[in-house]
Design a protein around this ligand. Structure first.
Ligand code: ADP
Length: 477
C-alpha cells in the first residue's frame, strides 16, 4: 500500500510541525505492526505550548466571531475534502472498518459546521432589576486556554466535539490525543494550518507519558479548562488535579449502557438497533450496549434473531471490503473481553455464537444468553463485540436492573407503547436515552452522562456553554 501522505510524524506547536529526537511507534491493531512514529515530547515543550496558547488567546478572544466562524467553515470544507485520506489514517491506527471511519469523518465535520454557526449565538441577557435602578446585563466570554485529552476510539470526532466549540467561543486549545491514535489528530492539525487558524490557537502535543502530561495540563495555572473523554478512573484523577487551580472541567467518561426489549417491542427493529448500538467500532464506544434486558415473553425470539444477524457480521482488517467488525485496539482489550466472556460462561451463560478469541486482536462477535446478574459483564464495561442477554419479567424489574450501576451515559429501549416510552425514558438514570433507536449521536443534541459517567455536555448549544463564562455587569444610574 502507498504511504498515506497524511501520516505526519511531527507534533504541532505554534503553527509549525516540529520533530524531536525521541519518538514512539503507532501500531496498526489489525497487524500489530508500526505505521509510523510521532514525537514523544518532553514536558518542557508541553509547557512552552501552554505559554504559546495563552499568548494566542489574547488576540483570538477578541477576533470577531464572524472571522472565527469563517475559519471554522474553511476547516469544515477541508475536512470533507480530505475525507478519504482522514478515514484511511483512522482505520490504520484504530482498526475500525473504513466505512465507519468515513462516517466518523462526516460526524466529526458536523461539529465544526455546527459550532461555526452556533458561536454566533452566544447571547447574553438583559435583566430587570428587582431592587435597584441599575441596569443589569450579562455577556458571555471565552473561558481561556483549554486542554483537551481525547481517546483512541473516535480519533477525530472526540477531537472536533471539543476543539470546534472551544475555538468558536474564543478559547485556544492544546490537544493531547491518545498515544494509540495521534496521526488523525496531526492530519487534522495540518488542515487547521491550511485553513488559516492562527499559530498557537490550536496545538497538538504527542506523548506516551500520558500521566505526566495530563498532570501538567490539569494543574497548570494558565490553563482554565480541561475537557476529557476517556475512562472514569482517569477522569477522576484529572478532576482531582484540576481542583488545585479550580479549573472548569468537562468529563465524558465510561458507561454501562442497558438495552431493554419489552414484550410489546417490534423485535426486528430491536435487533437492527441492537446491532447498531453494539457493534460499532467492535463494541468499543462509551455508548455501546453492555447489558441487554429482554422480557421473558420475547426472550427466545429476540435471542435467535440477534444470533442470526450477529453470525453474519464479517470480521477482518478494516481496510478490506465488507468488513463490519475490526480488531480490538490491543491485546489488553482482548484479554478483558475474554475475561468477561469466561466469567459469564462460568456463571452459567451459554454462547449462542462466537465466544472466542480468533487471532491477534480479533474477537468473534458473540451472543451470550441466560447471563447471571452477578456476572462481571453486568457491572463492568466490556468494550468489545459481546451481547450479554439477561431476562426480566416486569417493567419495574427492568428499570431497577438498568439503573443498578454507578454509570449513566446512554440507555436504549424498544417498546410500541407510547405511555411506556415516556415513563421509562423519564425513569432511566442516564444522560441520553434512545427510544426505538440504536443511534443517538448528533452534533445538534447534548451528549453527556450522569452519575460517574461524567459532567458537562458536548454538542448542541450546551456544548458551546462549556467554553464560555457568564459575566454579569451592573450599570448604575
Ligand atoms: P481508554 O481506556 O479508553 O484508553 P483512558 O482514560 O486510559 O481510556 O485514555 C483516554 C485518554 O487519556 C488517552 O489520551 C490517554 O493517553 C489519556 N490518559 C491516560 N492516563 C492518563 C492520566 N493519568 N492522565 C491524563 N491522561 C491520561
Amino acid at each position: 500500500m502507498m504511504k498515506n501522505t497524511r501520516l505526519i510524524e511531527k507534533a504541532y506547536l505554534l503553527g509549525e510541525f516540529v520533530d524531536t529526537k525521541n519518538k514512539f511507534d503507532v501500531i496498526n491493531p489489525a497487524s500489530n505492526t508500526s505505521i509510523g512514529q510521532v514525537p514523544d515530547l518532553p514536558l518542557d515543550q508541553v509547557e512552552a505550548a501552554i505559554a504559546y496558547s495563552d499568548k494566542a488567546w489574547q488576540s483570538w478572544k477578541t477576533t470577531p466571531i464572524g472571522e472565527r466562524s469563517q475559519l471554522l467553515h474553511q476547516l469544515y470544507q477541508l475536512t470533507l475534502k480530505h475525507r478519504e485520506q482522514l478515514a484511511e489514517v483512522m482505520t490504520l491506527e484504530s482498526g475500525k472498518p473504513l466505512q465507519e471511519s468515513l462516517v466518523e469523518v462526516d460526524y466529526a465535520a458536523s461539529f465544526i459546521v455546527w459550532f461555526a454557526e452556533e458561536g454566533k449565538r452566544a447571547y447574553g441577557d438583559t435583566i430587570p432589576s428587582v431592587s435597584t435602578r441599575n441596569r443589569l446585563h450579562t455577556i458571555k466570554q471565552s473561558v481561556g486556554v483549554v486542554a483537551a485529552i481525547t481517546p483512541w476510539n473516535f480519533p477525530l470526532a472526540m477531537l472536533t466535539r471539543k476543539v470546534a466549540p472551544a475555538l468558536a467561543a474564543g478559547c485556544t486549545v492544546i490537544l493531547k490525543p491518545a498515544s494509540q491514535t495521534p496521526f488523525t489528530a496531526l492530519a487534522f492539525a495540518k488542515l487547521a494550518q491550511d485553513a488559516g487558524i492562527p499559530a498557537g490557537v490550536f496545538q497538538v502535543v504527542t506523548s506516551t507519558n500520558s500521566k505526566a502530561v495530563g498532570k501538567l495540563l490539569a494543574s497548570h495555572d494558565l490553563i482554565r479548562k480541561i475537557s476529557f473523554t476517556g475512562s472514569t478512573e482517569v477522569g477522576r484523577t484529572l478532576m482531582e488535579q484540576a481542583a488545585s487551580t479550580i479549573k472548569r472541567t468537562s468529563m465524558e467518561l465510561g458507561g454501562n449502557a442497558p438495552f431493554i426489549v419489552f414484550d410489546d417491542a417490534d423485535i426486528s427493529a430491536a435487533v437492527e438497533g441492537a446491532i447498531a448500538a453494539k457493534f460499532r467500532n467492535a463494541g468499543q464506544t462509551c455508548v455501546s450496549v453492555n447489558r441487554f434486558y429482554v422480557h421473558d415473553a420475547v426472550y427466545n425470539e429476540f435471542a435467535d434473531a440477534l444470533t442470526r444477524e450477529v453470525s453474519k457480521l464479517k470480521v477482518g482488517n478494516g481496510l478490506d471490503e465488507g468488513v463490519k467488525v475490526g480488531p480490538l485496539i490491543n491485546e489488553k482489550a482482548v484479554e478483558k473481553v475474554q475475561k468477561h466472556v469466561q466469567d459469564a460462561l462460568d456463571h452459567g451463560a451459554k454462547a449462542k455464537t462466537g465466544g472466542k478469541h480468533l487471532k491477534g486482536n480479533f474477537f468473534a462477535p458473540t451472543v451470550l444468553t441466560d447471563v447471571a446478574a452477578d456476572s462481571l459483564v453486568a457491572s463492568e464495561e466490556t468494550f468489545g463485540p459481546v451481547c450479554a442477554l439477561f431476562r426480566f419479567h416486569t417493567e419495574e424489574e427492568a428499570i431497577l436492573a438498568a439503573n443498578n450501576t454507578p454509570f449513566g451515559l446512554a440507555a436504549y429501549f424498544y417498546s410500541e407503547n407510547v405511555r411506556r416510552c415516556h415513563r421509562v425514558s423519564e425513569r432511566l438514570e442516564s444522560g441520553m436515552v434512545g427510544v426505538n433507536t440504536g443511534i443517538i449521536s448528533d452534533a445538534s443534541a447534548p451528549f453527556g452522562g450522569v452519575k460517574q459517567s461524567g459532567v458537562g455536555r458536548e454538542g448542541s448549544h450546551h456544548g458551546l456553554d462549556e467554553y464560555l463564562e457568564i459575566k454579569y455587569i451592573s450599570y448604575g444610574q
